[in-house]
Design a protein around this ligand. Sequence first.
Ligand code: FES
Length: 184
Amino acid sequence: MATAPANNAHGAETRRDFIFIASGAAAAVGTAATIWPFIDQMNPAADTLAMSTTEVDLSAIELGQQIKVMWQGKPVFVRHRTPSEVDAARRDDYANLKDPQHDADRLLQEDGQPGRAEWLILEASCTHLGCVPTFVTGSSFGGWFCPCHGSDYDTSGRIRRGPAPKNLVPAPYVFTGDTSIRIG
Ligand code: FES
């Protein structure tokens, strides 16, 4: 019969296809089983999650002082602003700002409520190339100065002069008591 070999050939082809697909599926399962432990290792551990927030006791920070704390490996300024620093920040809400933003909008907490104006929580990283600026009382705009390339920030941490393109970035926080906040 002339057609039998063709049928046999077709049958052989089908079996080969099945063997190929089955071995491919087995390989995929094997790969997934091998990858899973690596993916699982990438999930944050409980201690890492705990470090994603930073608790800060505000009671020891005098008016006109600031401290620097670490949050998620980054330095953050916690500044206790004087009334004159707050007034200066509000007065300049409509100044010619490179990165326009009202002072009140830089105090927003995670829940969308305005924070207390005397507390300003900012990432301590110059938006030019990431140096840590210094608060310089009596500086041109009364706030932080970055000596690396001469960027001047005001008492709200807004960029006012120099190569930095953006304001210092407010860190997210909530009040956890009258004299304590949680960053993150
Ligand atoms: S890093 Fe601050 S001015 Fe360049």
